[in-house]
Write a protein that binds this ligand. Structure first.
Ligand SMILES: [Fe+2]
Length: 146
């Protein structure tokens, strides 16, 4: 089975997820304003989900016999999701999260396509599970902004 492409797409997803995880922790800590209690909690829910998915992706890469050597440097190079450096408002945090969701969704689609090409239904199933949850959360955070 040709797994190289799947591993590349999983590594890319992993890097994006790791930067996203770190951003969410910062959002959780730094949020201010009338939505504090709600979003402080939701950002925590979000990074806990991401933390679990990160582990699932990394261990799937190990199943293919590839070792992870994820330094911060390499992670930032591979990730299209960028760190949030300047201070932003609570609503801007949600908009940023939605923007990052779209990047993650694209990376997930790449992984699904790579899986389908080789008939790897296990990776495909794993990623489509993430996508189902991501799309639901996208709807929720979009509704929050209306
Ligand atoms: Fe906390």
């Amino acid at each position: 089975m040709e797994t190289a492409e799947i591993v590349v797409s999983l590594n890319t997803l992993l890097a994006n997820y790791q930067v996203f995880y770190n951003k969410l922790r910062n959002f959780h800590w730094n949020i201010e304003g009338p939505d504090f209690f709600e979003l402080h909690e939701e950002f925590e829910n979000e990074y806990n989900t991401v933390k679990e998915n990160i582990d699932v992706v990394a261990e799937r890469i190990r199943v293919f016999g590839v070792k992870s050597n994820f330094t911060f440097k390499k992670t930032l190079e591979l990730s299209k999701i960028k760190e949030q450096e300047k201070e932003i408002s609570a609503l801007e945090m949600v908009r940023e999260l939605l923007h990052d969701y779209e990047i993650l969704h694209d990376r997930m689609l790449d992984a699904v396509n790579a899986s389908l090409e080789t008939g790897d239904v296990v990776t495909e199933n794993m990623i489509t599970g993430f996508m189902t949850e991501l799309e639901k959360r996208h709807w929720m955070f979009t509704s929050f902004l209306k």
